[in-house]
Structures are given as C-alpha cells and as structure tokens.
Design a protein around this ligand. Sequence first.
Ligand code: PMP
Length: 758
Amino acid sequence: MRDADRLLEQPMPAVTTDEAAVVAERLFGVEGQTTPLTGERDRNFRVRSSTGDFSLKFGHPAEGADVLHMQSALLRHLARVDPGLPVPHPRPTVDGAEIGAHAVDGVTLPVRMVDFLPGSPLRQGVSSPELRHNVGATLARLDRALRGFFHPAAGRVLLWDLSHLGTLRPRLPHVEPSQQALVREWFDRFDSDVAPRLERLRAQVIHCDFNPDNLLVEPDRPDEITGIIDFGDVVHGAVVIDLAVAAAYQLLGTDDPAGALGEIAGAYHARFPLEADEADLLPDLVAGRLVQSLVVGAWRGDHHPDNAEYILAYQDSTWASLRQLSDLGTDALQVAVRSACGLPTGSRNGGANLQSLIDRRSVRFGPGMQFSYADPVHLAASEGCWFIGVDGERYLDAYNNVPHVGHSHPRVVAAIAAQSSLLNTNTRYLVDGVLDYADRLVALFPDELSVVYFANSGSEANDLAWRIARTVTGHDGFVVTRHAYHGATYLTMATSPEELGIDHLEPWVATVPAPYGDHDPGVSAAVDRLGTARAAALAYDTVFSSDGIYEPPNGYLEEAVRQIRNAGGLFIADEVQAGFGRVGRRMWGFAGHGVVPDLVTLGKPMGNGHPVAAVVTTTEIADRFTERGYYFSTFAGNPVSTAAATAVLDVLRDEALPDRAERVGEYLRSGLRTLAARHPVIGDVRGPGMFIGVEIRSADGPDPDAARAIADEMRRRGVLIGVTGIHGNVLKIRPPLAFEEPHADLLFETLDGVLAER
Ligand code: PMP
C-alpha cells in the first residue's frame, strides 16, 4: 500500500487525554488542563497552562517525524520572513529538540507542540465578499512568504495534493451512483487537459488546505483572518493549487460562483500576481478540489462509519457546488478570474463596448487624437514582437520601434522594477548607475562625442539640441528635410513640415528634399534662403523616415555636413528613429558615412518604452553652451530610466540584435522584392537593417489610398505595419528587433493574401 493511501486508511493513534497531559509535561514542561481537539488523521490536544495555551500533536504513525520537522521549520521560516503572519510558533521540547517521541502500543509517534491560537474557525459553507477578499489576500501573503522555503518532506505524495487527483479514480464507486457520471467527466478532463498543463506552472511549498476549519477569526471581526493553523497538508506543488483549494471552500453555498471566484482570485492576484496560465487553470482546479472532497469523503465515510458524520458533513454542498461549476462552464469562470485579475479577456471587445471606448477617448483626449488604423486595436498585453488584444487575439508587431529589444522584455522589466524599489531621483545627486550608463553610451560613439545630456523624449532631446545650436552659433535658422518630423515642442514642431505643412513654416526654417538620386543635398541653397536668420544647424533624421525611408547615398552626408559647416552651422543627427542598432551593425544611422555630427539626439528605443532620451555632443560644444545656457530637467536621466536604458544595451549585446537587424532586414527586403515581382502595386523596396519602406504605386504614380487600405487590411489579419512618406504611399516596416525570419514569413504570407485580393 502506498504511504498516501495508508495515511487515510490507518486509524488515528489511540492516545488518551490523560496520556496527552503526561506527555505535555514530560516532553514540553507544560502542565495544564488538557482537552482533545478534532482532527482528520493526527491526534491533537489543547493544553491550557499558566505559561500559555498550546496545541499538542501526536503525528500519524504512517507519516514520519520528518513531516513534523518540516512543519516546525516552515513555521520558523514564516516567523523570520513575515513576522506579522498569524501562524503558531513552535515550542521546543525540554531537551531543546523540535520534535519529541512517544510510544503507544509499541508504535513510536512523533509529538510536537505549538502555540494555541485564539479565535474560532470560520464557518463551513458561509462566505461573504469581505471574507473572500481576506482569504485571498491572506493566502497570497502566506504563499509569498513561502516562496523561499523548502524541505525534503514537502516532496512526499499526499492524497490531498490536487496534482494527484487522477489517482483517486479507483475510489469513484464509493460516490453516490447518481453523481458518478459527472465526477467521471471531471476526472477525464483533469487527465487530458489539466494535469499536463499543471506540470508547467510555478511550483513551491504550499499550505494546500486553506479550508475554513484552518482559518481563525475573532468574534468581533468575523471577516478578518486572525489565525492560520494546520500545516499538515503542506506539500510542494503548483502555487495556484493553494488558491484553488481556498476558493473551493469559499464557493460552497454561494449563488454566484463566478463572482465569488473572481473576488478571491482578484484579492490574491493583487498581492501575489497570478500568471495567465494559472488564472486559466484555476476553475478546473477548484472543480478538482470539489471532486477530491466528494470522492475522499465518500470513501472515508465507508471506511470509518464511526467518524462518518465529521467526514461527510459537507458532501451535499460540495456536490451542489460542483454542479454549479459544471453548469456555468470553465470558460465563463476563466473570464471571471481573468477580469478580476486585470488579465485580458474575450468579453470586453464587443462592438458596442468598443464604440463607447472610442467615444470616451475622443471626449477625454480631444478629437484630434488619431488612431493607427481604421479599426482601432484594443490592447491588453505584449511580449516579444507580439501585441495581445483584450480579446486574446495576437497581433504581430512589424511597426513599433520603441519596444526595441522586444515588448515587455523581461530584463528591462526586471531592471525597472529593481531600480524603482531601490532609488529614484534626479541628476543633481551622484548615482553610480546613471554615470555608468553615460559612460557606456558615449563608448558607442566616435571619441569626440563624449558629453551626454539626458532628456525625457525625442522632442525634448531635439528641442535641447536646437537650443544648444542656436546658443553656440548665435544663428537662428534651421535646415530640415522637406517632410521631416522632429518633435512636438514649439521649436521642433516649427521644424517639422510633416506636421505643420510646408506652407506654414517660419522664415527661419528652410527645407531640402530627402535624398533621392540627387548628390547635391542642397544645403547651401537652403542656407541662402534663410537669409538674415542664418543657419544654426542642419538636422537630419538619418534614415529620412517621414520623408519616405531613404538611406543617405554614399558621400551624401559628408557633402551636406560640409555645406552646413561652411555656413557656420552645426550638424545634428536625429537618431531618435534610426539609433541603437536598428540599421544594423553600425549602431547609428550616421555611422559609416564619414561624418561626426556636432550633436546626436536619441529617444524612442533607448529605454524600450520607458521614457528616456538624450543629446550627445562634444566637450567643446558643451563648454560653449554652458557659458550662456543652462539645462536641467527633473526626470531626465533618473536612475530608473537609465536602468531601463542599461538593460537595453545589455540585451542588444547579449542577443546580438544589431546583427539580427542586418540579417532579418535583408531577409525582409528580399522576401518583399519577391512579392513585388508578383504584385505590380509594389514599387521600390528600400531602407537599411530593420527599417524598411515599401512603395505602393498605381499606373498614375504614388498611391496613398492603396497604401492606407493595405495597412488597414493587414491589421484586420493580425499584422501591424505603418504608412509614411511625403506622398503617404510608403509601407513602413520597422519591427522590434525581436523579429526573426518566421515572423517575416508570416508578414509575407499575410501581405501576399491582402494584395492578392485587391
Ligand atoms: N525625431 C524623430 C526622427 C522622430 O521620429 C520622432 C518621433 N516620431 C521625434 C523626433 C520625437 O520623439 P518623441 O515623440 O519621443 O518626442
């Protein structure tokens, strides 16, 4: 017979109350009034003495002393890591041992003593929203505290461990015949769907019996858990099993099991977040616990008719609850759990609901706030190069460059969390990590560029660079490309013809065409048009993104920089889009073009979505700026932002992402050119690394309507791309660098389908 079976089949040790009183005094030095306590398999007594109130346990003979040792070690662990948890404290024997021994009828029983906690157990089958909240919250606190605990005895096979539910199947004949079919269905489901998924979930030592008998309350605070007792079922298992066990009892007698399950899960999740897979398995595990109670109860009732009343007290309500869950279905229960935990559900993206969100947004954010697509994407989560909608739909993100090393990259997330819990402040204090980051950043540039000014956005970085250029040169004017975008501040918007419109530029702004075919960048001519404003700087987005995604031809930047410097102006490389390895191994858009900019501005990908940006310049320019200018920005360069930015550099290096940008970029361009051969609507395919433009043309020339329609249809089919360019006819493919060949294949297949149906 297996230990687990023997434990429940072998009767409890026969220890009389008088004997217990003698043992309490002999082993623990506690003399007092001794009364028996109820229990399933051990023999327990309460000993009230002048030195305190204690609980004395004689362990089951089938369970070795190591299980009681584990319980003592666990209680001492909890006292260390979360002293406020209302759990009993172990009392050593008079010899200083944790566990004593006592022989009954030639069998040695392990004996241990702990504080007897005041309060009375929760009532079975009676719950309330407050109680469910507190049960969930208290269990989360206990599980969190148990994370770091282990003991070999936790690996024992325990019949009450839900992971082994399937082993109870042979006991099915003990269950009421009318209930057997449904119980069998749950067994089948557990074997085929639940058990294989359970193996993949987080596991640790868990209490595994958070049932009302083991949770104490005070009479004047009936919803507040003031004591957790009975660590007899402690075992190593999936964390979510602990919650399922607790929830199963809190569902008994409710008429809204989905709501009740949501309440307890939500309270747990707020303190010890569930993973999505755990949330999804919770309803099945709750049902599994009910099945366990029914089967074990029926079987033990048959074996111990003398104790049947205690064993079978809740069979009816357990059955009723299992029926309720079966009728509701696990899908509905999963939605309840997910929405209580703020995890994505399929229930919120109904048409009417979506429209009301859109309306609300336009009232709250003002009518000018655009969406990326004709059908807005309602998002809940992200990972790698995927977005996950509230309906659970996955969207391949082939557009966003901000999540540079991948959405929600665990190293960036961990860096932000760790630094936020340590220190966050501004650059007027000395903080090692911030300075270390600045060192690592400038090491990626030519030697001359050695001073870093932190900012919070690309716009702010450009605004500062523009201001530095004006201060240092004493000139006012700027030369930018014909359809440039440089930011949303007054200065940068004034130099963003893409947004402002070419006809609304200030007299101190002159434009040059983005470089197609033309080897004279036209900067000198633009400087002439500035007239008295005189050029403070030429600013280039080094991939000419909003102009239509063009890599500057060979020699082009060199010539442009020569022309601006001739006019006494500076060269600003706006690397907000191109920077950090997107264009491939060169790391920056200007690199490899034979120029060293006077100022480089950085943003978007720098913190993988955390707002952090920078201006990098020479000591000479910084010195001249400081003579007449001043810069400080409260959040700029804060330790949390720079921790995120540091993690980005780490991932770029460790995952060799600039190499990947080069390799997958080439794969993308070649696949897109193959499509171009089949679909005449595709014109030029261009751009460096993973920054790719695909021209869409009709026989009449650029076709912005078709480009827009293609992007919208791609979105409907689950692949996100953008549209850009002076004519609005260039598909913009600029994914996170987590993008790999299989993602590109999915993009090709989807685009092929969209174009085939046009
Ligand atoms: N420069 C360039 C080249 C950009 O593309 C952008 C943003 N699209 C900015 C500056 C402004 O950055 P942010 O939106 O972070 O202020």
